[in-house]
Every structure is written in structure tokens, then in C-alpha cells.
Write a protein that binds this ligand. Sequence first.
Ligand SMILES: *Cc1c(COP(=O)(O)O)cnc(C)c1O
Length: 401
Amino acid sequence: MINAPAVPWSGCGSRYTDDEIAFIVEAMRTADPMTQGRYQDRFEAEFRALTGARHAFAVSSCTAALELAAIVSRIGPGDEVILPAHTFAATAIPFGRTGARLVWADIEPDTFVVSARTIEPLITEHTKVIIVVHLYGLMADMDPIMELARERSILVVEDAAQAIGATYKGRQAGSLGDLGCFSFHTHKNLTTLGEGGMLTVADPELAKLVPGLRHNGVRGFEGERAKYWQPAMSNINFDLDGVWPYNFCIGEVQCAAGIVQLARLEAMNGNRAERARRMTAALGGRSDIAFQRIPDECRHVHYCMPARITGGPAARDAFMERMAFHHKVRMVVQYYPLYRYPMFQKAGFGDAQCPETDRFFDSMVSFPFHEWMPEDQFGYMVEATGETLDHIGTRQRTSSP
Ligand SMILES: *Cc1c(COP(=O)(O)O)cnc(C)c1O
């Protein structure tokens, strides 16, 4: 192949071992039914054990989990939702659908996530929900955010799509807010065959609403039935009057994949953290690149390896160009501030006061960071990064008057 990148941006965050594949194949052979069965029960139970969340519901994606979170938040026109614009669009879309106003919170320049400091000035009497995104695998400083929300009875949703296994003061992502949303999409630290998600719920009353909303309002009939087929196999009803349910179910084989990857999560996240440590040890002393600051109370799970090129947008583009075309390292830039997308602009959410979000996006880079990246590629990428920073530094110096 011509121009094959030496270090690709993989579409798979993790890979399955042969033992894991055998377990998944066993589910293909034996699962009956192929959805809503014992693999799902076990996956949910093990997810509760990992996160410490009281309730966990496996669903077809994190977007589905966010959709359920938006529904049980009972919000609509006239209400406001505070969330970062520096995130993937799926954080915002389910809440935009409700008709509530999306209010963009800025990020902290050193941790790249929202904080009580950036959220508090945006709170009004209309604020009903705060969405905290633990972006790149690093949890936001939750205690002050929870304090703001509790004082005002605001619901807190944790978008933990990128943060499975991450902790804050020893507590797991998805167990601090009212609702937690996880992704098992192919890119993420754990994947259930490409798509999948989990919704964690703290309040038992909210948790009661989820199974029906997840599965077309299906439930049992009340009371004993003399014949199991009368009046019908199952009942259908609203969990929230007037709120039509969905089918957000996930299959048993996917849950089997989730079970085996959950068993290896600690090791996989450990490998990511070890790589991140080596990368920052090699490059973190430089002034021309700045990695995400990890507060002492946080355990980062390094879904991605983002960094700021401190020389600004021109230096960033020079860096991207040399990494991509000279060294063949497939870097990306992410996440385009949501208020710059036509979808959010057309919906009336094109305005924001988020200077750090803009500054960061325009000067950031993100390294390929899949868990299974071969060691020689990783070493090469770190070396190429140092060479590239030296090169653009030299060039900038020699081209200035
Ligand atoms: C991946 C992701 C989602 C969406 O997850 P899906 O499982 O693909 O629906 C939502 N929020 C964030 C921050 C993500 O990274």
C-alpha cells in the first residue's frame, strides 16, 4: 500500500482474546432467548459491582442511555440544560430533542473538562439538568458540582461514555450523579461487538421507569393469571403517562462480550495508563506541548491521549501536517465545539461564551491510543512527536525576523 500510515487511527479501542471469543461463541450457541436473558442479567450485575451504582440497565448505545436520561428528567420547552460544547454530539442531541434550551459550559484549560467554576454562572431558575462529561477518561471535579446541583434540586447526568473504570476520590464514574451513561461503541475502552451502552440510576423511583421505556412498555400483568396466555402474553403500558417508549434493548451475545471485557477492564485500563505515563515522561517536560492535567484525586482511564500544542493554531497545524505526511502517524483533532455545527446553530444554540473551549479546540491534537497498539508503533509515535516538535520549533524560530 502506498502512503499507509505507520501508526493508524484504529477503529477498535480494544481487541478480544481467544478465550473471550470462545465465551462469546458459547453465548451464540446457548443463549435462549438471544436478548433480555441471563447474559444481560449478569452483565448488569457485574456492572453494578464495578461502579457501585444502585441500578444498571444495558442498552443498545450510550445515545440510547442519554435518551432515557433525558426522558426521565421530564424536561421540555422553558427548561435549561447546562453541558459542555467540548464533547461528542450525542451528549446533547437527546436533550435538544426535548425542546429544552442547551446552555454551553466552558472547560478548564488544564483538565479539558467542565467544573463548578464554569457551570455556576450559567445556572438560572430554569436549570433542570447539568450534564458532566468525563472527557477523554478523566472525571470532572464532581463534589462542588454536586453541591451546586443539590442546593437547587438540579439533576446531574454523568456522560461517562469515555470513562468506564475512571474514579474520583475512589468513587467510580457513573455512581456520583443521578444518572450515568456509558458507551461500548467500538472506539471505547470496552466494546460489546461495536455498539452498546449502559444507564446507571441512583434513585429507585427513576429506575422503575427504565425497563418499560427500554422495551416498548412491555411488562407483566398484575395479579395471578389462571392461564399464562390470557388475556395476552404480556402487558403494555406507559411508565410515564403520555411518554411513548422505545426499543433500546441490547442482545445476549453483546452482553457476553461485555462480561468478558469487564473482567479484563482493569488490565486494559492499566495498559492505557502505563502508556500515558511513558508518553508524558518522555514529552511532558517540554513547554511546546501540554497534556491533560490529572488531579491527585482522579484515576484517568485514557480513552484518548489529547494534548495542546502551546504555540497555537498555526503550530498545531504544522504539527499535524508533519506527523501525518512525514511520519505517517494518523493524528486527529477533536471535539469540534458543538455550537459551531450547523445542527446546533439551526436549533438556536449557536451562541456560547466558551473562550477556553475555542482556544483548546483550535490548538489541540489527539494521538492514536487504542489499547492494543503494537509496542514498536507506540515507541515510534513518541519519537516522531519529539522530532516534530523540535522541527516546527526550529522552523518557527528561523522564519521569525
Ligand atoms: C461515544 C460517545 C457517546 C455516544 O456513545 P454511543 O454508544 O456511540 O451512542 C456519547 N458521549 C460521548 C462523550 C462519547 O464519547
